[in-house]
Design a protein around this ligand. Structure first.
Ligand code: THU
Length: 133
């Protein structure tokens, strides 16, 4: 699927955004390796710190439905509005598919394509520390 097509689906996902506090609606469309597209939007709360970003909504929906490998995610805060994923979302994307593509708009409205492992270098991974505790 082309970046602009995945971005159109992210625009549609944005319509469901629940963002009465920030008034900053974000949509995401996540393409799985199996060929599905899973949508997400940001979901805020009157206890502000509980807001969940659009990207994490999409990833958590997808993983809870059995998907663990992803090819790409498109993120938008409105036509031509830049919404590069926040650091927390980069780490969550990295957990499953560090090489997946991330599409978002630059300040001129063009679609930027970056791999998660370029947006988050040396992402955290839990590894054995040589077999000895
Ligand atoms: N937000 C996202 O949905 N994705 C991001 O990558 C950054 C921020 C949301 C969270 C909050 O609902 C609103 O944007 C303002 O921060």
């Amino acid at each position: 699927m082309k970046p602009k097509d995945l971005m159109s689906l992210a625009e549609e996902a944005r319509e469901a955004s629940y963002s009465p506090y920030s008034k900053f609606a974000v949509g995401a469309a996540l393409l799985t390796k199996s060929g599905r597209v899973v949508l997400g939007c940001n979901v805020e709360n009157s206890s502000f710190g509980l807001a969940c970003c659009a990207e994490r909504t999409a990833i958590f929906k997808a993983v809870s439905e059995g998907e663990r490998e992803f090819l790409a995610i498109a993120v938008t805060a409105g036509k031509g509005h830049g919404a590069a994923p926040c650091g927390a979302c980069r780490q969550v994307l990295h957990e499953f598919s560090p090489e997946m593509w991330v599409y978002f708009h630059d300040d001129d409205g063009a679609i930027v394509r970056k791999r998660v492992n370029a947006l988050l270098s040396n992402g955290f991974r839990l590894r054995s520390r040589g077999g000895k505790k």
